[in-house]
Design a protein around this ligand. Structure first.
Ligand code: ADP
Ligand code: MG
Length: 739
């Protein structure tokens, strides 16, 4: 474990900015705020690895803070040096320097090449790249066309910027020339604070590969084949000042927001790392592109040096305090540093080995300088091809990924439709003919498309031989860290209070700030390419099936409605039927009851007749005859009724039977009744001489009694007639009923 090296560099005071209150005093490795008369202000004294005052040159700063890192990089250690501070505090001056006093980048490049010259037993291959992070977009400063590059990560290369141009170089001049051309592409802006102020972060990167020199050309890997690969990052950060103070607006303000937000994430990362290994938890490297690229340098496998530049003027006192607090926190960070030795094709030296050896053989005898130049050109060509291929591979992979996601979403949709179809079918709805076959077809198609999704149909053949070996030494940072979204754009900027608190070690809850979610996977292009056609076909099919499903669902709903109505009607009918059944039962019981009633009536009738017969003294009288015929008619009538009702009560004989018999008896009875009534009417007046004589012979009282008896007698006969008429009526009624 190794602590980060933290130094402070104080820029020379600008003469116009006079101080009349306080000043920063530098004593050895300590910087403290003093009052004008020299009294130190308590709580504002900071100690670092090195503190350089205004008189320090870039040469001295390089010697003190970064030289060791450069040398270590040549030996295979990752290294990072970055300048942090407010705008106009001297970051760019420190990193890039001036004509007379070259900066750290210049010196580092020179030093690295010088160092490699001294190591005669190793072969070196150095390549450089230069990028800028502007508004959270990575742009290539060596190739203007390479804009908005994406960060990728894999086991072999770790975190890398895909598509970034790399140039193989073999001397300082070459590199400086490339840097100069890159500078032209940088975004420069002007603010009130500085005439020329960079609004972007720049990262100059050197990848140094080296291997022990030997003549072994066999393809077998041995320990001498281990290649050291180290990455050196030299970073010039944009200003860390508060936005309000810049007084900028419009586009400039937006730039400021990005810069400060990006630095806020850096502050968060530093604060979290400085909490110590145990309290660290999740480090939000992924919350900004800057921290993601610098991930190995912050708590990972790298020797790191932070140069905090401060502007000594009193007007900048708050920013200076913030920078010093940031530096104090950074001092607590420890990195785990080790030489990176790898055996795989990840090393360019390894990949180019055979081609270069072949070329060397061909050009044997040529002048050494010419040979080296040709080799360099070949190497760059090979590298360009490789980078181009890598870029295409990444694009292809992205395309494939988006295709897979697209196919997957279609498949999911189709499965949903199939499920819905199944539900419709299983709910008893008799779908249209062919429904099952459609479902089957669809299922088949789904399976087919699924197999395509998971198959290798779209995979290009792997051009790279699978490495026989393994990553021999790879730092722990290469394992994928916890996910947190990569912000593309920031709509919010951290406020001043938060910014000041961050400098004091406060860790901002990034989730509470509005962050844009991770970049959406590029949607599948709607060109006339084959995959697009098939996707269009799928889309149409899905649309068609959706429509079909909608119609089927509507039909099912209609049927369900009708079904419910039918059930209601059924219930009503069942009620009616049970009512009718009850009535039918009553009707069935009616003949039995009537039969009983007839039997009762017959008894009463018999009783009445016997009583009446007791009043008849003369068997030959008219009354006796009338009574006799009435009795006969009555008995006949009751017998008829009894017969008829007994037929009705018998289950086996239908009640409807023998109507002709009833009608016949009815006729006979009617005739008898008519003749009896006629004879009764005639008997009301004494027609014969005997009768008239009887009447005359009776005493007056007897006459009255006899007449009254006769009248009662006749009345009784009338009642009997009434009963008989009633019986006739019943008979008629049942005739009608049975008909
Ligand atoms: P920053 O990059 O932090 O915004 P610069 O590096 O551009 O600031 O410095 C602002 C100005 O101050 C420049 O004109 C630069 O030449 C000058 N300057 C900064 N540091 C020093 C220094 N140590 N010695 C001399 N001039 C300096
Ligand atoms: Mg600058």
């Amino acid at each position: 474990m190794e602590n980060i090296c933290v130094g402070v560099r104080v820029r020379p005071t600008v003469p116009s900015e006079l101080s009349n209150g306080t000043y920063w005093k530098v004593e050895e490795n300590r910087i403290s705020l003093h009052k004008v008369h020299g009294t130190p202000i308590s709580g504002l004294s900071y100690a670092f690895d090195h503190v350089c005052d205004g008189s320090c040159t870039n040469a001295m700063v390089y010697e003190l803070l970064t030289k060791d890192i450069m040398h270590a990089a040549v030996e295979g250690f990752n290294g990072t040096a970055f300048a942090y501070g407010q705008t106009s505090s001297g970051k760019t001056f420190t990193m890039s320097g001036s004509e007379t006093d070259p900066g750290i980048i210049h010196r580092a490049v020179k030093d690295v090449f010088a160092k490699t010259q001294l190591i005669s037993d190793r072969e070196f291959l150095i390549r450089v790249s230069y990028m800028e992070i502007y508004n959270e977009e990575i742009n290539d400063l060596f190739a203007v066309e390479n804009q908005k590059l994406q960060i990728h990560e894999n086991l072999e290369r770790g975190v890398f910027v895909a598509g970034l141009r790399e140039e193989i170089v073999n001397n300082t001049e070459q590199v400086l020339k490339l840097i100069r051309s890159g500078e032209v592409n940088r975004h420069f802006g002007e603010t009130n604070m500085n005439v020329r102020s960079s609004r972007s972060h720049t990262i100059f990167r050197m990848v140094i590969e080296s291997k022990a020199k030997d003549t072994n050309l066999s393809s077998d890997y041995s320990s001498s084949d281990a290649i050291r690969v180290s990455v050196l990052n030299l970073v010039d950060l944009a200003g860390s000042e508060r936005i309000a103070k810049t007084g900028a607006g419009g586009v400039r303000l937006k730039e400021g927001k990005h810069i400060n937000k990006s630095l806020m994430v850096l502050g968060n990362v530093i604060n979290k790392l400085s909490d110590g290994a145990k309290q660290r938890g999740h480090i939000p490297y992924r919350d900004s592109k800057l921290t993601r690229i610098l991930q190995p340098a912050l708590g990972g496998n790298a020797k790191t040096s932070i140069i905090c530049t401060i502007a000594p003027e009193e007007v900048h006192i708050e920013e200076t305090k913030g920078t010093l607090q940031f530096a104090s926190r950074a001092k607590c960070i420890t990195n785990c540093v080790q030489v990176n030795e790898i055996l795989t094709d990840a090393a360019l030296l390894k990949r180019q080995k055979l081609e270069i050896e072949e070329l060397r053989k061909k050009l044997q005898g040529s002048h050494a300088e010419v040979l080296e130049q040709v080799i360099l050109t070949l190497r760059n060509d090979l590298l360009k091809h490789e980078l181009e291929r890598e870029k295409l591979q990444i694009e292809l992979e992205d395309e494939r990924k988006s295709h897979r996601e697209h196919d997957k979403s279609i498949w999911e949709q189709q499965m949903k439709i199939v499920d819905l179809c199944d539900i419709v079918t299983s709910s008893g709805f008799d779908t249209k003919s062919g429904q099952d076959s459609v479902t089957q077809c669809l299922k088949q198609e789904c399976n087919d498309s699924n197999s395509i999704c998971h198959g290798d149909t779209f995979r290009t053949p792997c051009v790279k031989a699978s490495p026989k070996a393994f990553v021999a030494k790879r730092s722990s940072y290469l394992t994928l860290p916890d996910y947190s979204p990569l912000p593309d754009t920031f709509s919010n900027v951290v406020d001043e209070d938060t910014w000041l608190r961050i400098n004091k070690g406060h860790i901002v809850d990034l989730d509470s700030l509005q962050m844009t979610l991770a970049r959406k996977v590029q949607s599948f292009p709607s060109s006339d390419a084959t995959p697009a056609c098939s996707s269009e076909k799928y889309r149409q099919e899905v649309q068609y099936l959706k429509r079909k499903l909608l119609i089927a669902t509507e039909e099912r709903n209609e049927l369900e409605r009708e079904h419910a109505e039918q059930i209601l009607l059924n219930h009503r009918l069942m009620d009616d039927i049970s009512g009718l059944q009850k009535e039918a039962k009553l009707i069935q019981e009616m003949p039995k009851r009537l039969s009983e009633s007839v039997a009762d009536c017959k008894d009463i009738y018999g009783d009445v007749l016997s009583i009446m017969q007791s009043f008849v003294f003369d068997e030959k009288s008219t009354s006796a005859k009338l009574l006799s015929s009435t009795s006969e008619i009555g008995m006949c009538l009751f017998r008829t009724l009894e017969t008829h009702f007994s037929m009705g009560t018998d289950d086996h004989i239908p009640f409807t039977g023998n109507n002709s018999l009833i009608q016949e008896q009815h006729k006979v009875l009617y005739e008898k009744l008519t003749s009896t009534i006629t004879s009764l009417v005639l008997s009301q007046t004494p027609t014969t001489e005997n009768e008239q004589l009887e009447v005359k012979q009776c005493s007056c009282e007897n006459k009255v009694a006899a007449w009254s008896q006769l009248s009662r007698f006749h009345a009784l006969i009338m009642i009997l007639f009434s009963i008989m008429l009633l019986g006739l009526f019943y008979l008629n009624f049942f005739c009608i009923l049975t008909l």
